[in-house]
Ligand binder design. Sequence first.
Ligand SMILES: Cc1cc2nc3c(=O)[nH]c(=O)nc-3n(C[C@H](O)[C@H](O)[C@H](O)COP(=O)(O)O)c2cc1C
Length: 203
Amino acid sequence: MFDYLIVVQILKEGKKLEKTKILIAYGTRYGATTSTVEEISKVLQGEGFDVRVVNLKEEKIKDISKFELVIVGSGMKMEMWTSKTKAFLNKFSGELKKKKVAFFVSSGARALMEHKGEQDEIIRINKKYLEDKASKYDLNPISMTMFGGIWDYNQIGKIYQKFLESDKENFNPAGFIETEPGVYDSRNWDEIRKWAKELASLI
Ligand SMILES: Cc1cc2nc3c(=O)[nH]c(=O)nc-3n(C[C@H](O)[C@H](O)[C@H](O)COP(=O)(O)O)c2cc1C
């Protein structure tokens, strides 16, 4: 009897010491979302969480039951999330309804719209990229946000480069940083870290 009580106590203490688990499942085409996720993960680990990061193109997730919070992030292309993130939401939408969920997207367009003062457009894309997505899967995320992204001229096709021509002169005034030759980054790392920290406080 005495031994049994000690074992129960040890198990209880062990459970208390277990860190809360967070899953970050994401999709990327040009690579920005990968480094954004790495930064979010770093902050959340610093806040004491056990974070699992999954690039949905490289790995299939079979089970999300152990995660308290699931963050789903996608890069945007032609106003669309990646097909793998959509497949993930389709597969797990039922289970995600019972969990804490957060969404973010990597958008190359947002900073340009902000620079040009296109408020209506920003409201439109916020709705289309985030709110409509949550509604589609009947989810009520604890947080949704849009970060910047990259325009990588080493990867963008000639036709789209032509389409971007008039916007390219806005890259510098809009605060983009050329991190490598031909790679223009519109992300604000403080904004990304702040979001991750706020998220940690909501768990
Ligand atoms: C062909 C093409 C289409 C794009 N379409 C959009 C778009 O509709 N909205 C947007 O905000 N950004 C758009 N972008 C910019 C991307 O969002 C940006 O490259 C971001 O970094 C994508 O995330 P990823 O690098 O993780 O793939 C587009 C970029 C390319 C090359």
